[in-house]
Design a protein around this ligand. Structure first.
Ligand SMILES: *[C@@H]1O[C@H](CO)[C@@H](O)[C@H](O)[C@H]1NC(C)=O
Length: 236
């Protein structure tokens, strides 16, 4: 009795120091991936198909999707039945508004290790300038890094639209590589998933949103970059 209370006092002391406990928590913490975007993230199946890639590589129990939303509006049926349906996709939303008003709190509510985002289509529809969209991207990266200095970031080149001209989408996509290089860092890398090149407008089900063929293209461009990040994060 006496000895065991000494032992528990000792373990309380080490708890108070908290070093070993925190390390243990960090090691069991799943890697948190936030799919961030508009309806092309919310009401589509590419995030389900990317989950299949994570599962096929053996990471299903080691990673999780995070975000305030938990939904499968397209009734996607990937190979992995219990895929994680959390996300931060918001139909109709602009990059500019997400950067100015929302992202800070989203990342507070559901912290992330990796953010993958496609945004700008609704900004283009609302006539916002390429400069303003790129400025919103910069603001988002700053918010991500304030939330987590080691945030790993995937930015997508935006898929084309079939409703009207793609010149503004192309103008945005053309700016992204230099923008990303300019903000790139070792601690918080930014990589580009090219979801535009080879994405035929026939892969759109309604002129804006990908059909399953389009979802497959997005997943094939985003998934390998995400897997690289996951492998790198889970082995260090
Ligand atoms: C950012 O740096 C990483 C290496 O840390 C590199 O793999 C990646 O391609 C760079 N991103 C861009 C957009 O140049």
């Amino acid at each position: 009795m006496y000895i065991s209370s000494i032992l528990s006092a000792a373990s309380l002391a080490s708890l108070a120091l908290a070093g070993p406990v925190q390390v243990a928590e960090r090691q069991t913490q799943k890697l948190r991936i936030m799919p961030l975007g508009d309806s092309i993230t919310e009401i589509t199946c590419w995030r389900a198909l990317v989950w299949d890639q994570l599962a096929a590589a053996g990471y299903a129990d080691k990673v999780q999707y995070v975000g305030s939303q938990n939904s499968n509006p397209q009734n996607c049926r990937p190979s992995t039945a219990n895929w994680d349906q959390h996300h931060e996709g918001h139909s109709g939303w602009l990059a500019i508004d997400i950067a100015n008003n929302y992202l800070t709190n989203w990342l507070k509510s559901t912290p992330a290790d990796i953010v993958m985002f496609m945004l700008g289509t609704n900004d283009v529809f609302r006539g916002r300038s390429t400069n303003d969209i790129i400025a919103a991207y910069t603001k988002m990266v700053n918010i991500m890094r304030a939330a987590n200095p080691r945030m790993k970031i995937i930015v997508d080149l935006v898929i084309p639209i079939a409703l009207g001209s793609n010149s503004q989408i192309q103008a945005l996509n053309a700016r992204i590589p230099d923008w990303a290089r300019g903000l790139n860092s070792t601690d918080s890398p930014i990589v580009i998933a090219d979801c535009y090149t080879g994405f035929s407008t026939s892969y759109l089900r309604d002129g804006v949103h990908p059909s399953l063929d389009g979802d497959k293209v997005i997943a094939s461009r985003v998934g390998p970059l995400l897997l690289d990040y996951v492998k790198g994060s889970l082995t260090v």
